[in-house]
Design a protein around this ligand. Structure first.
Ligand code: COA
Length: 189
């Protein structure tokens, strides 16, 4: 279906579907199944039935089909995904409201303002606090926690809690095994 759309509707229509329609129309539909079908058919990535991306999520970039969401994840309201490269979310990841992922930026020293893309990897059992910003090339390792409002510019070691701008280690997480489980999208979220 996505290949057919690419081949037959041309770039302007695809931009409309992956820009305005995705971010202004689909994003705010209260029926998650419709949003997830659109993500799969038009954008090329899937949200597993055990996981959730709540309403208001906005996406941009040429690598939307390289967004990978693991099992039992919950990404709360108004997440923002700049996918110029892959964004890979592991299993059992929880993200608060308005978390932002930026795989792309520009070289500030380059007269041509060259674009730079690098993937973001979020490993299993990471918790990302609300309004955190995750920058390109960052891996947040298993079980780590990002405090609310942090800007993560470098990799985060397993089971560490980081916070601030730029995010620095606050302390180690007090558990390395977890019993909580997300299961799907709450009604009207
Ligand atoms: C990261 C967090 C879990 C820390 O919890 P905690 O360990 O109980 O934190 P404490 O209040 O004991 O603070 C520990 C230290 O971290 C600092 N800190 C806490 N939150 C911080 C933040 N968001 N940014 C920067 N530093 C932070 C505190 O100032 C304190 O520093 P100090 O030791 O120099 O005084 C919590 O602050 C947080 O950000 N929660 C996320 C909230 C959220 O997004 N909720 C949405 C639900 S998914």
């Amino acid at each position: 279906m996505r290949r057919w759309l690419n081949e037959n509707l041309g770039i302007p229509v695809m931009l409309l579907l992956r820009g305005w329609a995705l971010n202004r129309l689909i994003a705010n539909l209260p029926i998650a199944a419709i949003r997830y079908a659109y993500y799969r058919i038009v954008c090329g990535f899937s949200v597993p039935p055990t996981s959730a991306i709540w309403m208001g999520a906005q996406f941009t970039g040429g690598a939307l089909d390289q967004i990978v969401i693991g099992e039992r994840c919950s990404i709360a309201y108004d997440s923002f995904w700049v996918a110029g490269a892959a964004i890979r979310i592991g299993n059992d990841v929880v993200a608060g409201h308005r978390v932002e992922f930026y795989t792309s930026d520009h070289d500030p020293d380059d007269p041509a303002f060259a674009r730079r893309d690098a993937p973001i990897v979020i490993e299993d059992h990471v918790w990302i606090g609300s309004r955190a910003v995750i920058l390109k090339g960052v891996t947040i390792c298993r079980g780590a926690v990002v405090a609310a409002g942090s800007v993560v510019t470098q990799n985060v070691a397993p089971f560490t809690i980081v916070g601030g701008n730029p995010a620095k280690v606050i302390r180690m997480r007090g558990a390395t095994e977890f019993t909580y489980q997300i299961n799907g999208t709450p009604l009207f979220s």
